[in-house]
Design a protein around this ligand. Structure first.
Ligand code: G6P
Length: 489
């Protein structure tokens, strides 16, 4: 009885995101193995506890047959996940096309692809139609699993159509939508041919959240300038109905990282890494291999640093972990070859028979290896050209309480607003500036490092993923109560 009442006190949540926290790999006809998915959204949401949450999303794999679908649904149910099955064609048009070739670059200020500049081009329109169809498929699954009282929390740019589809099913559904990327200036958003439809659908949600106040402000201006609606301090108003818009900066489960550092296997890895890189300062980059992460620019800045500081050449090493992502999108394929070419050239130029300046890995590390790597790092380089938040910077800080290394952070990452005072902020496009930030970080006094680390560590350990989720969900509930009261009066 006690257990039942504490269970019922927990808010039930349906978390809907394009990608489930686990991706499926088929073993044989009816068996699957599940691996943790990459990316900031997953890493933050894994830190959200104390809700009775179920996930709805795509398992990252095409499963055309019913036997496979049944087996996967069963395997995922154990992880409280519910799959949305998308076929190859829809993945191609919706995920590779509209989401990752159009919305993703646009929201990160990289513009629309040339061939899709005209709204009338067939590929743009068919990708947009597929996007709407895919969002409807997500809505169907949500609707099937929805129970009265659930909060439905939709995530990210893949699902901008979902709030409208859900409210069509049930106007009383509590719907929140959160964007994990930047929302660009309204001047950028207005270049998108489907600009109005997307905004209108998002406004069907009760609460719309962003990482930073700037993104929220850009969204409200897009609604006022493009849709002609009224922007207020609270959000956007349309004929007396308010959609609340606010900033909710995300965080990580910092305790999970701090605890991991105590594990014997992580301690062993730390010892081994220290031995391997003895006598050299370790610089680290951990990114998905994505054009927004500014990997070529970062490596070129490192080259410039080596060029200008011959005394450091054999005393510093850059470890770049580049996790492959969206490998079917041509832009990502081009980026992979470009990065390999630059790394090869620099290693050829500055390498010796026994050591190279850059260790570049095209793969992810497991959680424990990653914690060990963060812990031995002297300087983390997070130099995204644009980034919604960037949780790698948070993870690094969480693992640095003994070393107190330096964070070099792009001023165009959302994290610059929370960790800016403790980091060295840089414009990632300015290679000279990043090169000199590397020099500054290497020469920084222990006292300065301690002070900066303390600021960031306090932030990361007090602004956690759990706080973020609690604040969002309680604001959503309050918004709905206030809307009822307004209607009654
Ligand atoms: C970013 C997005 C997430 C996405 C992740 C990984 O963090 O905001 O929504 O899941 O990248 O990208 P992928 O395309 O592999 O899901």
């Amino acid at each position: 009885c006690g257990r039942q009442s504490s269970r019922s006190l927990k808010q039930r949540l349906l978390v809907v995101a394009n990608r489930l926290p686990v991706s499926a790999v088929r073993k044989d006809e009816d068996s699957w193995s599940l691996e943790i998915s990459a990316g900031g959204l997953v890493s933050a949401l894994l830190g959200v506890k104390d809700f009775e949450a179920k996930w709805i999303g795509w398992a990252g794999v095409n499963v055309p047959d019913e036997v496979g679908q049944r087996a996967l649904t069963k395997a995922l149910a154990e992880k409280r996940c519910i799959p949305v099955f998308l076929d190859e064609e829809i993945v191609h048009q919706y995920y590779n096309g509209y989401c990752n070739n159009i919305l993703w670059p646009l929201f990160h200020y990289l513009g629309l692809p040339q061939e899709d500049r005209l709204a009338t081009t067939r590929s743009f329109q068919s990708q947009f139609d597929a996007y709407k169809r895919a969002n409807q498929m997500f809505a169907d699954v949500v609707n099937k699993h929805y129970e009265e009282g659930d909060v439905v929390w939709c995530h990210d740019y893949h699902l901008m159509f979902l709030p409208e589809c859900l409210k069509k099913y049930n106007i009383n559904m509590k719907v929140g939508w959160f964007l994990h990327t930047p929302f660009p200036s309204s001047e950028i958003h207005r270049t998108l041919p489907s600009r109005s439809e997307l905004l209108k659908s998002v406004l069907a949600a009760d609460l719309v959240g962003f990482h930073t106040y700037d993104y929220a402000r850009h969204f409200v201006s897009a609604c006022t300038r493009i849709l002609g609606l009224e922007g207020t301090r609270e959000g956007v108003e349309d004929q007396g109905r308010l959609t609340r818009v606010a900033a909710f900066p995300i965080g990580i489960d910092s305790e999970r990282f701090i605890r991991a550092l105590e594990l014997p296997q992580v301690q062993d890895d730390i010892r081994e890494l220290k031995e391997r890189f003895a006598g050299r300062k370790v610089m680290l980059g951990v990114d998905r291999l994505d054009m927004i992460k500014g990997i070529p620019q970062k490596i070129l800045a490192f080259e410039k640093f080596l060029e200008e500081n011959a005394n450091w050449r054999d005393k510093v090493v850059l470890l770049q972990i580049a996790v492959p992502t969206r490998t079917d999108v041509p832009e990502y394929q081009k980026l992979t070859s470009q990065v390999h070419e630059i790394v090869g050239r620099i290693n050829g130029r500055f390498g010796t028979l026994t050591a190279v300046p850059i260790h570049h890995l095209d793969r992810s590390l497991d959680f424990h290896q990653l914690c060990a790597l963060y812990a031995v790092t002297d300087i983390a380089l997070v130099t995204s050209l644009r980034d919604g938040m960037n949780l790698v910077s948070y993870e690094f800080v969480a693992c640095q309480d003994s070393k107190k290394g330096v964070l070099i952070l792009s001023e165009f990452a959302g994290a610059a607003q929370s960790l800016g005072a403790g980091a060295i902020l840089v414009n990632p496009w300015n290679i000279t500036e990043v090169a000199s930030a590397i020099g500054q970080a290497l020469e920084m006094t222990a006292e300065d490092r301690e002070k900066r680390h303390r600021h960031n560590f306090t932030h990361v350990t007090t602004h956690t993923a759990q706080n973020w989720a609690e604040t969002f969900v309680s604001e959503l509930n309050d918004t709905i109560i206030e809307a009822h009261l307004r209607r009654r009066n």
